[in-house]
Ligand binder design. Sequence first.
Ligand SMILES: Cc1ncc(COP(=O)(O)O)c(C=O)c1O
Length: 289
Amino acid sequence: MTGGYDDRDGHIWMDGKMVEWRDANVHILTHALHYASSVFEGERAYNGKIFKSREHSERLKRSAEMIDFEIPYTIDEIEAAKAEVLAASGLQDAYVRAVAWRGAGPDMGVASARNPVRLAIAAWEWGAYYGDAKMQGAKLDISKWKRPSPETIPSHAKAAGLYMICTMSKHAAEAKGCSDAMMYDYRGYVAEATGANMFFVKDGEVHTPLADCFLNGITRQTVIGMLKDKGITVHERHIMPEELEGFEQCWLTGTAAEVTPVGQIGDWHFEVGALTREIATDYEKLVRS
Ligand SMILES: Cc1ncc(COP(=O)(O)O)c(C=O)c1O
């Protein structure tokens, strides 16, 4: 049986070396643990190959720059490290987590420029992120927390600090029997779920919130490309909550979520329709092609 995430067999790449899974630890006075000076990536490998691997490594580097530190490895070095981790895991289909953070060092206040920047990469088996919602359509709560303005926080970074409100939103959603929560942004527009982007269908056209204050997901960009290749019109725009009433279908996209249909958001209902199914199937084919 698999134990907790800290109690498994295998190896984790840490600062240039493969270390025993259970020994991949940090000191309690790690800056990131206190001040959220951490960025990460969530990636999936299919048939032994990480989908859009380089895009993820590039985003990791960019996220770090956005929160004011530099990862001391090149994109090629990160790519090689991920390949090493995946090979060592023996997994063909895996979730790959790269995380970079300001470690323990001479500084323990808010400023931490002298502390070392560290990088670790782990891989594990991870099935459907929303379980059987993938077939029936997920049920989403509406979060009381709003995606913050880019003037408040670097909202385009995949940075740990941005997930504090996601964790709270998802806990509240799960307590109500929902799979996840939809979040509005600071202006009141529909934004995204706690770890996935959103798409809506109306009259054969697709509408997705403009990613101007949240993560412009790699899956989101992939799916927009797939839709356009099919000749389907995609509107990237600000979406008001009252428009949800008129949308027929809804799905989520994300590396972990892949393409997951949504059946309900609050009191709004959606059908798991033909286009949703088609995009989900096409995405599955694409990641394995
Ligand atoms: C908050 C948030 N939005 C969107 C996404 C989707 O991003 P991607 O498709 O790059 O995985 C994720 C997942 O990484 C996420 O955590």
